[in-house]
Design a protein around this ligand. Sequence first.
Ligand SMILES: Nc1nc2c(ncn2[C@@H]2O[C@H](COP(=O)(O)OP(=O)(O)OP(=O)(O)O)[C@@H](O)[C@H]2O)c(=O)[nH]1
Ligand SMILES: [Mg+2]
Length: 609
Amino acid sequence: MLAHAARTGPFFSLGLVYATDTRGLRQVTSFQYVRYISGQIVDEETAESIRRKRRTDWKRKQRGQRFLDHAIIHVRAGKGGNGCVAFHREKFVPYGPPSGGNGGRGGDVHILPTPHLTTLSSVSPSIRGVSGGTGQGSWLNGKHGVPTIVKVPLGTIVKELLPDDPRRAKNEYEAEEEGLEGLELPEKRAKLRASRWVHYPDYEEDNKQRSEFKEAERTLYRDERIRRVLRKQRMTSPIILDLDTLEYDESTEDPNAPLGVSRQQNLGHLLATGGAGGFGNPHFLGQDNRSPKFATRGYEGEWKSFSLEMKLLADVGLVGMPNAGKSTLLRSLSAGRAKTEVAGYAFTTLNPVIAVVRVAEDGSFEGDDQLAVHDETWAEELKEREMMENGEFAFSMTRNQRPSSGKPEASMNSLESFRFTVADNPGLIEHASDNAGLGHSFLRSIERSPVLVYVVDLSSDSPWDALRVLKGELEAYKPGMSPKARMVLANKADLLGGDGQDPEAVLGAKEKLRKLEEFVEKEMKVCTQDAEGNVLEERPLVVVPISAKYNMNIRKVVGMLRDFVEEAREQEKLVVHVEKPVQEETEPEMVEFEADEELEEDWRPEPRT
Ligand SMILES: Nc1nc2c(ncn2[C@@H]2O[C@H](COP(=O)(O)OP(=O)(O)OP(=O)(O)O)[C@@H](O)[C@H]2O)c(=O)[nH]1
Ligand SMILES: [Mg+2]
């Protein structure tokens, strides 16, 4: 059994341990945990790091695809309800007039950006609108389908897929034509009729012989051809939306709207229109046809495919080489709440993670604790497990049990006065702008932060080289991106200068910092230019030495970040008042439906004789 376990995967045991490999039985050690991984017997710690590394490699191979920042959705707006065939009946009126109601319109599908979502994972890949209700007797029309609203995070870009895009699903017309493929002409005709007409019970055959029905059928197909041409015209101008602003429509917010006036819901942007409802039989009433025994079925709504792409929105974006300590910094800025992995190898972080920084009136922030240490994730987990095993959490209360002061700011010294978001991004390496490393998948998200901060490892041999690469990559990805950078954080300052007792080490550390500052002063000046290329402003970046792990100098960083964010927010206001454009109605009469050459005429009903 041991041999079997050894061959099939990691094997753990406690006690006097024998682990086997294919070469035979060996005594390893006694009374300790061991693991058997890839033909090697390793201790707990090494096993853990191997496991994490493997997971990272596997995720890296997927190029960050597990993070849902892009998605393809297939949208089908609601189908129109069927019309109804009915006749009015009343005492002493045995043969009343036709009284079938029309079908209701199918529900439209809209898209609405919301600040409450952060990924596209909650967006269903196939979305169906609500169908319209069927018409009823006594002239009762069917209900209109209620609109469906697809909620997406702020900062989503929506693009309708073009007809030649292989990712697109077929539209409503293509689906029908596919269903008719390979059928003989009479069968096609029968199928088309069945999907378009409702007949009075037992009158189907009779209706088909009647000239009034044939006339109605011809009109229906003419009408359909107009719709089809209009639909094709719409396909030539695909929908493209950049949903990065919260749209504020005054009509939705009027608290004084009088009773009985329905307060309009903010629907967002229209993606696909619902199908028209079918006509009830009174529609076909005419001089020659006093008792029409047929009605039409509702039309299909529009079927469309869209690509959604999300660009994360955080006030501050951390930019740095792998292992510079960005994730550690995010954890210290957010009192350890940010769930981002910290480990001593490159590309630990594979997806951008956003955390909120809460600043109090006196300049302190949540997590402003000199004694806190933000260690590597595995070490923190190990520590926690140990504490749990020692029973230290036995009597601790859950958040709900703790007496509440009623204020969410209770964990801070004084009241919260400002908050902003920071994004921890995966490490940037040379040629990331050519999609090396994790490349474009996160450069996209860096692009959206109005304030960027470089994080470098001060304990490395040449932190200035890292800065040069970082700036170059930002510029190469998108010219004009590097001026968004506001400061350089020289992290891991605790590793320099020894314990502070050795004057030479302290001098060396100071010298290194001075050299970095000199480089930044000389090479990293940020100039803003106007459209003609004239330099408007030239400002140097500030260099701040910090230790993210031991929470040193972080308070100063928070203060400076706050100023930058306030300035950036002034510049681009997040909430804008949008006036909805008045949509021009296209007149169907203006369309020449003869122009639609691709329509097959062969299976259309014969002309009137
Ligand atoms: N001594 C010391 N070590 C630090 C400090 N900040 C981070 N580290 C260590 O540096 C290593 C890398 O830290 P991470 O926060 O994972 O680095 P990262 O920039 O997020 O790396 P990637 O996600 O791979 O891009 C870890 O071993 C951290 O414990 C610091 O201020 N002082
Ligand atoms: Mg990281």
